[in-house]
Design a protein around this ligand. Sequence first.
Ligand code: ZN
Length: 183
Amino acid sequence: MAWWMLVDDGSTHTPDYYKKWAPDLYKDPVHRWIDSYHILFPLMLFGLLYYLGGMSWLVWGGFVRTIFVLHTTWLVNSASHIWGYRSHSTRDKSTNLWWVALLTYGEGWHNNHHAFQTSAKHGLAWWEIDMTYLAIKFMSLIGVAGNIKLPKIRQASVAGVGVGALTGDELVDDPNEFVPSGF
Ligand SMILES: [Zn+2]
């Protein structure tokens, strides 16, 4: 019944898998430690909630919150492939969906994510609120995050030069064209 609380140590959670797909994180002993013992953090939080507020705090702050977060995360890969708008012509059906973005702190700008898969920032238009990116930006301000990757923005051609139909800034619609950003 509580399968969702158990440590998932399936076939993808192997050193070889991590070395291939996240070599930079695998090199960091802190990240490896967190990956091995991540179950301790929710258990400590559950204990603290029960200590502070009893069963009602444990149920609402522990169990209900965990299930809510789990389901909103899954909405990204379901609802954000069905409803919403597409800013980029990716080879899938991903969409940007505002209410999923609000529930998931920005993950619902999922078409942007598919178009720029290594970008830390998912909300690319000014109205696409991205709380996760704001948190990353805050972490960079206090010096604990760096080399943050963003989509490369290039100026569209000026009138009479190149592609005349473009105006203003144009997002480079190529996942390979990323530049690290210092802010
Ligand atoms: Zn997707």
